[in-house]
Design a protein around this ligand. Sequence first.
Ligand code: PLP
Length: 332
Amino acid sequence: MHFDDLPRVTLAHLPTPLEPLASLQTTPTGPRVWVKRDDCTGLAFGGNKSRKLEYLLADAEQQGATAVITFGALQSNHARQTAAGCARRGLACALILRDAVGRRVDDYERNANLLYDDLFGATVHRVAADSTPEAVLKTVLAELAQAGHRPYVVPTGGSSAVGALGYARCALEIAAEFKARGLYPGTVIHATSTGGTQGGLVAGFRYAGLATRVLGINVYKADSAAIAADVKTLGQAVLDRLDPSLRLTDDDVEVVDGFLGDGYGQPTAAMVAALRRLASQEGLLFDPVYSGKALAGLLALLEADRLSDDVVFIHTGGAPALPVYASEFLTP
Ligand SMILES: Cc1ncc(COP(=O)(O)O)c(C=O)c1O
């Protein structure tokens, strides 16, 4: 099936800008680095979920849903963007948010994405760290049904085969942008967690006939093999919709370890240094949980001379939650 035949609602500002990161090219022959500004997708401060939500909310509407339920951590960017997309499309939105990070700072528990979720009119159901969202899901489904709603459940991070289509489309966008410049996107790097972004990209480049390497920097959990398995499953599910003759192998999935630190949402010294460097050298803001750790990965790979032309770093967003991590950057 062709992309344009797949149901999609318009939520994102596309194509996002593709900008050179001049300060990262340290020698005239060193790799050229570009930043794909998916922090500028427009929906609720932008971020990678806008692209996924274009397909997810279209699917929800096609199925006659009137409400969307999704999951995340307390400061989930996916939750914020889902809440905004639902507001735009006239859908009710219920967010089941787990205290997965355990950050005991007042702002973390009340401000930034939690404030925006509230402004977008979403109902937030908080789940303690030692509890599972599944039990709450049952209750929320029952409550919505009682209120006459038809709910559509979006998995954590919007990472279903439908959501991942958004990043296959992004791969085609990158392919077209490089073709127009007479260049080739050799390597794409980004933060990976629930796998939909990476799975979509891997599938999209394959569908476009490009041998672009996609390096997902693990910012999510110690078990990167589990992330790789999810990426492959989601990528293959996307290809099954677009061209079932195309098959992914384990070699198509590269999840890079070494930048997670003590765990999801826990700051690292390399993230702080990378974020400060790009802010002061390029005027760009990244976030401590996802794009900042991925950036630390990019800098380390450049430093180790592990990359060659042309490198695309996808800025997947997240900076709206940067202020709840202020204490990591400012001395009291
Ligand atoms: C800012 C940001 N970057 C990257 C990701 C990772 O995307 P994925 O869940 O598709 O792996 C997320 C997921 O929530 C995110 O919020």
